[in-house]
Design a protein around this ligand. Structure first.
Ligand code: GLN
Length: 297
């Protein structure tokens, strides 16, 4: 089969099959482990064709506009831009969320944070939950989606991030207010209308020393404000723990995602602030990734 065929109007058209092979061929040298997955994601984005449809209809023709969109997306990918920014969305638990370079691309570890958070919410008890540094809104929105009876609030210091979170809330019809607040500032509990039964956060936790070790697609494209703890790895955990009495109800639970190298340090920081039931948990790859703690009753 030829790569391009002439249609009756003299326009260049591709078949799905030819385009598929072209996509995999272009992506494979740059993303050897992910070329097929990426090619399918792009094809579906540009043409709406699922994997099954692609295989069932290899002769379907590709419109010029679809082809142009695909070429533009492939160019961005080959330049190193993350797939989720290129297509404009990411999957997080059961939600499809818009992402822009103003927000971190949600990670699988953070899906696990939500899993753990759900375990802290008693079955028949409506609780108030805060997600600090919400970014795309992923934690807050997934939690509200899975426990509609919970009152969930999200906050972020970045107004650009808040717009992304708000549009995600609207797209899914999830009533989660997103408010502007800086977790380093003492007005965090007031701005978010604390105290809460459960406070969650995936704060910036990459140290400046680790910056050079990040993959280019993270370092060059994801928001530095959401990645780096410029004042040291405990900066944000210290700030949250310091506000415990106005952020958490007595007995309230704090649950955070952490840098794998600072599990013991974050746990010690929480203990020093008088929090109890301090627990360190690992992610699915076995790395220290979460710390839970409670405000004493
Ligand atoms: N998990 C992210 C990374 O490895 C960092 C997220 C964060 O700083 N909260 O790039």
């Amino acid at each position: 089969m030829t790569h391009h065929e002439e249609d009756t109007g003299g326009r260049r058209v591709d078949t799905v099959d030819a385009l598929w092979r072209h996509l995999v061929h272009t992506l494979d040298p740059v993303y050897p482990d992910e070329a097929h997955r990426m090619a399918q994601w792009l094809l579906e984005e540009a043409t709406g064709l699922s994997r099954i449809q692609r295989i069932a209809h290899p002769e379907r023709s590709i419109e010029a506009a679809e082809r142009e969109r695909l070429d533009a997306m492939v160019q961005c990918l080959v330049a190193g831009e993350p797939l989720q920014y290129v297509v404009g969305y990411a999957h997080f638990r059961s939600l499809r969320l818009s992402v822009t370079p103003d927000v971190l691309i949600p990670r699988p570890e953070t899906e696990q944070l939500v899993e753990q958070a759900l375990e802290h919410i008693p079955v028949q008890q409506a609780v108030r939950v805060l997600d600090v540094g919400t970014g795309s809104g992923c934690i807050a929105l997934a939690l509200k989606h899975e426990r509609p009876d919970a009152v969930v609030v999200g906050c972020d210091v970045s107004t650009a991030a808040l717009q992304v979170a708000q549009s995600n809330a609207a797209a899914h019809g999830l009533p989660v207010p997103f408010v502007q607040a800086d977790m380093r500032a003492s007005d965090l509990p007031d701005r978010t209308d604390g105290p809460f039964d459960l406070v969650l956060s995936n704060p910036p936790y990459v140290t400046m020393g680790e910056a050079a070790t990040l993959p280019k697609r993270v370092r060059a494209y994801e928001p530095a404000e959401a990645l780096f703890a410029e004042q040291g790895p405990l900066q944000y955990y210290h700030a949250l723990a310091q506000q415990r009495d106005r952020l958490l109800r007595p007995g309230g639970q704090l649950l955070v995602e952490i840098n794998e190298a600072y599990g013991a340090a974050v746990a010690a920081c929480f203990r020093e602030h008088g929090l109890s039931h301090v627990e360190l948990h690992q992610d699915l790859t076995g790395r220290d990734r979460f710390v839970g703690a409670r405000r004493s009753r």
